[in-house]
Each structure stands twice: as C-alpha cells, then as structure tokens.
Design a protein around this ligand. Structure first.
Ligand SMILES: [Zn+2]
Length: 189
C-alpha cells in the first residue's frame, strides 16, 4: 500500500496559534516585511520549536474548532510569543523572499508517508482512510517536526540520504502509534 497525501487527513493545531501569533506581532512591528513568504519563514521556525499537536480529521465528523492563541495556558502562550519574536528577528535580519520557494510543509510528514507505506506492505496490513489519519497524526506527534519553505533539503532528496538512526527513529514512532491505537491487527490475510 503506497500512501499519498490525499489518502488521509490530519491537522497540526499548533499551526492555528502560530498563524495568530505572527499576525499579532507583524501588526506591532511595521518595519518587518509582512509578505506571505516572510510570514511562512517565521511560521516554519516557530513550528520547528514548538510541540506540535496533530489530530486526525475523521470522515463524517465536523472539523474541530481551531486552537485559539488567547485560550492557551500562560506557559505555552508565553513560549509561542517568545518563539514568534525570535523567529521574526531572524527573518528580519535575513529575509529570503526572493528565493525559490515551496509551500510551508512539514517534511517529516512526507518521510513518515514513505515509512508507513513500507511497514503496511511488509506487515500485509490494509488501512482505511480514518485508520491512516489516526496513525499519521499519532506518529507525527512522536517525531521532531521539520517544516520547510524552500526546495533545498526537500523530502525526496533527504530520504535517499537518510541515516539509519533516523530511519529507526521514524519506524519506532510508527510502531508505537500502532500499539497505542491498537491498529496492528488489521491484516488483509
Ligand atoms: Zn518578505
């Protein structure tokens, strides 16, 4: 079973609050560039430093309301704002808005997709969409994020060069998620 991005649906709720924080900070700092590329660069830096919160979007269920910055508990709110100011400073000092760009994505998700495909084939497991969404979300919550906005170091070149320790780390997150979700028994034969 080869997994493609359209085969499942997940959302990182941390992206909601990061978006709101960036908007807030850019409103206060008029000297910073607020183009969509600089905004994505700030978001990428922040998302790589904050604990992500992926959840599956299940079929037939209403999309859960987004996470609100103002609703975060104080410790996390402060951390989000601190990371936002830090990321803004970095991007202000060296904006990269003229470079070759891709949409803001978590490249760990693509790598995970390859690894999950391989495990499902090897274990002769078949997952419906909702199972897959749950597995992807749970596994990603156990892995370091790697949000990117440039072509440099995109997932496809990285998989080939991936070091065995990293592959083992990805596999262990998947097996842990399979166990937690009790999905290990959905065999096709
Ligand atoms: Zn810009």
């Amino acid at each position: 079973m080869r997994i493609r991005p359209e085969d499942y649906a997940i959302h990182n709720a941390m992206e909601d609050v990061v978006e709101q924080a960036v908007e807030k900070v850019l409103e206060e700092d008029k000297r910073a560039c607020s183009c969509s590329m600089c905004q994505d660069d700030i978001k990428a830096q922040m998302l790589n430093r904050l604990q992500h919160r992926y959840h599956p979007l299940l079929t037939g269920q209403p999309k859960p309301p987004g996470l609100e910055l103002e609703d975060l508990e104080t410790g996390l709110f402060n951390k989000v704002m601190l990371e936002c100011y830090k990321a803004l400073q970095l991007v202000k000092v060296s904006p990269r808005h003229e470079h070759d760009r891709v949409e803001l994505t978590n490249t760990t998700e693509a790598i995970l997709g390859f690894a999950v495909s391989e495990i499902l084939s090897n274990q002769k497991l078949f997952f419906e969409r909702d199972d897959l969404s749950q597995l992807m979300a749970e596994s990603l919550n156990g892995l370091e994020p790697a949000y990117k906005t440039t072509h440099k170091g995109d997932a496809f070149s990285r998989v080939a060069e991936m070091d065995p320790t990293y592959i083992a780390y990805v596999y262990s997150a998947i097996f842990h998620a399979l166990k937690v979700l009790d999905l290990g028994s959905r065999r096709t034969s």
